[in-house]
Write a protein that binds this ligand. Structure first.
Ligand SMILES: Nc1ncnc2c1ncn2[C@@H]1O[C@H](COP(=O)(O)OP(=O)(O)O)[C@@H](O)[C@H]1O
Ligand SMILES: [Mg+2]
Length: 254
């Protein structure tokens, strides 16, 4: 990990709220990033460069137990979870041919399929119901080395599906067939899904939208995760506006 990094003032506040973990600033794209994955279509942009920094930091975030499986979550909707999960996944696959499985675990507000322009079903729910096999999703990558599992068929109580034994078999199968498995997930304050997924994975990264997510929500999300014995490995601070130099300062990593 970089010994010294430049982070925004708000990142320092967030660092305290998440009890000292890793924090990275992701800049806001003024022109918006809907409809494309910046790490793929605009590789030289500042935004894509910062996702590359996130990727490299991610490799070393947990030296004692590398994060092979990770959940990207946040306290509230519309904070950038999906965009972060997709860009992290793409950024890893573009690096040294690493094989990544990206799963849309936000079963109610599924959106990963739209970003990659693929069908929503079959997907994760169907895997958990046993109506499709994991092999189905390894037939064709969406881009080289990236296998995307959309949310799947809509069901009455999708969250209940996560509480079945089947999820262990499904995740084991994927883990054996990839280098990294990344989950997009619903907001922590909306459902227990992200906490459940967190207990099944090696780590959780909390997305916070700069100047938008209330501190109270971050604290509450931390409480929810802690209740499930999940401690986020770090925070991805999104939509950080370009600031004047005096608003940044050097921060020594612990
Ligand atoms: N760095 C960024 N710059 C500009 N817009 C962003 C950035 N990150 C996310 N967005 C936009 O914010 C909105 C919410 O992002 P999304 O990833 O769908 O949030 P969530 O999954 O948390 O609901 C989307 O319209 C997305 O394009
Ligand atoms: Mg989302």
């Amino acid at each position: 990990m970089r010994e010294v990094s430049i982070i925004s003032k708000i990142a320092k506040t967030v660092k305290k709220l998440i009890e000292g973990g890793y924090v990275i600033d992701i800049p806001e794209s003024a022109e918006g990033i809907d409809g494309h994955i910046v790490s793929y279509v605009d590789k030289e942009s500042r935004l894509a460069e910062q996702y590359k920094v996130l990727r490299t930091d991610f490799y070393f975030l947990s030296p004692e137990k590398p994060l092979k499986t990770v959940v990207i979550t946040s306290s509230q909707p519309e904070e950038g979870k999906t965009i972060t999960a997709c860009n992290l996944a793409v950024s890893i696959t573009l690096d040294a041919n690493k094989k990544v499985v990206l799963i849309d675990g936000d079963l109610k507000r599924a959106s990963v399929h739209r970003i990659f322009n693929i069908k929503r079903k079959p997907g994760f729910v169907d895997l958990l119901e046993g109506t499709v096999d994991p092999e189905y999703f390894f037939k064709e990558p969406v881009i080289e080395n990236l296998y995307v599992i959309p949310a799947g068929t809509l069901s009455e109580n999708p969250s209940e599906k996560l509480n079945t034994e089947k999820i262990y078999t499904v995740l084991d199968k994927f883990k054996k067939n990839c280098d990294y498995l990344i989950f997009d997930s619903p907001p922590v304050l909306d459902a227990t899904d992200a906490s459940i997924l967190g207990t099944l994975c090696d780590g959780v990264l909390l997305v916070v939208k700069a100047n938008v997510t209330p501190k109270k929500s971050i604290k509450e999300a931390m409480e929810h995760l802690n209740n499930a014995h999940v401690k986020p490995k770090g925070c991805i601070l999104t939509n950080v506006k370009a600031r004047l130099a005096y608003d940044y300062y050097y921060h020594k990593e612990a």
